[in-house]
Design a binder for this molecule. Sequence first.
Ligand code: ADP
Ligand code: MG
Length: 242
Amino acid sequence: MTALLEARGLSRTYGEGEAAVAALHDVDLTIERGEFVAVMGPSGCGKSTLLNLLAGLDRPSAGEVWLDGARVDRLSETALARLRRRRLGFVFQFFNLLPTMTAAENVELPLLLAGRRRRAARRTARRVLADLGIADKADAAPRELSGGQQQRVALARALANQPDLVLGDEPTGSLDSAAAGEVLGLLRAAHARGQTLLLATHDARVAAAADRVVTMRDGEVTRERTLAPSRPVTLPFDPDPA
Ligand code: ADP
Ligand code: MG
């Protein structure tokens, strides 16, 4: 079967001449459908650069990105944007919610951009927020929410279109331990439902929950380690309150 995502000889150099920084050098990586892969490594080793290239948010200096058997690094901006909307979800360290919109509106946005009607988008957003245990925050503004709640909303936004692949750049990196544990629980639940996850992280608990840990150093993959198969997933809230 074709891999869901594949990086072949991927490189990215920022800047030119004397100021050039080789952030990523000749990285090969294959993510199978349904896998949960963690990318670890010290700050500056190229994790965000790799994720941005794989998400089509940035273009490689050399190498190729393949999604589900199709080469995507050469697509036009328009085609890439459409692909991102339909097939990828992205979660960031600092949530990146739109501050002037409510939680529900933030989740509706990718649905509307994907062409869903307003009423259907609203219904889906409410359901996904409920799935993540924050139905009661639907009408709150992001600034009224804790970090952990904001990240749940961001996760709801990433999952709303049921993307093939969810990419996360240190999704628990700015949360306290309890909130990080909750967000990790929700990511694991998404994985248990069949979602493919690729998360850059410093968090040992996130790495321990992955199927495979890829270690990077100085822009290269230096180690890949497959972990013992699935441990049970428990949600950080009652999914079916009486
Ligand atoms: P990580 O996410 O692992 O901390 P990054 O991918 O952010 O690493 O960065 C890898 C290297 O590329 C670092 O040396 C960083 O300073 C450099 N870098 C990242 N983004 C840029 C940019 N836009 N311009 C120049 N250098 C960059
Ligand atoms: Mg980073």
